[in-house]
Design a protein around this ligand. Sequence first.
Ligand code: ZN
Length: 251
Amino acid sequence: MESFSVYGRDTGGPFLLVSDHAGQAIPDTLGDLGVSATERARHIGWDIGIDGVGRGLAEALPALLIEQVFSRLVIDCNRAPGHPTSIVRESDGTAVPGNQSLCEKQSGWREQAILHPYHARIRTELDARKARGQATCLIALHSFTPVMRGYARPWHAGILHNRDSRLAHIMLELLRGEGLCVGDNEPYALTDTSDYTVPEHAERRGLPYIEIEIRQDLITAPEGQAEWAARLARLLPAAWQTFGERYGDAA
Ligand SMILES: [Zn+2]
């Protein structure tokens, strides 16, 4: 089983979509990691709803979407290999028995089978786009749980950014213009340690990017997923156009 799925199609547009946490699969050899199906279906197992948003967006733009198919409980593909939270022993109060005291061979296998092929696929796509002179904007798609440690998060969505905030700020204004409550580096700030995909694939190459987080209760049902896919399909090209007008040829 491949560790990634590809949706949509590249018709020459600027966007490449990636979803690090869209999947729920666990390799057969690992069983259920000792975590119940109910627990695995929570936000600790995957980014609830982002699969529907990403696939709808890929079709609407259109653009290519690369999705990780394995659960983040197996290995977190938005963490550098070897990071302390790459393979979690506990997440939001739930123990992960299958992740306790792994030896180097066991964690290395997960990196080789799941993390590296996914990122290699993204790298291949970015290299090909560069080789044909195609401008690229990386869109990292995530969703977040509405309540964390008793705190009800007010944001409908969050825009995360770090070294290059230009496109993020444009997208933030567009989303706020829709009357939405949008976090600026909330509920998380983008950093080199709490993230891997954007620093590795966008910032290191100097590519413009947006990391977007959508609150899970808004996209649990297919209607909400379709609504957000349509919204992003409308606003991302608008943000890209403003970016080009403000900062010149983006590539
Ligand atoms: Zn995520």
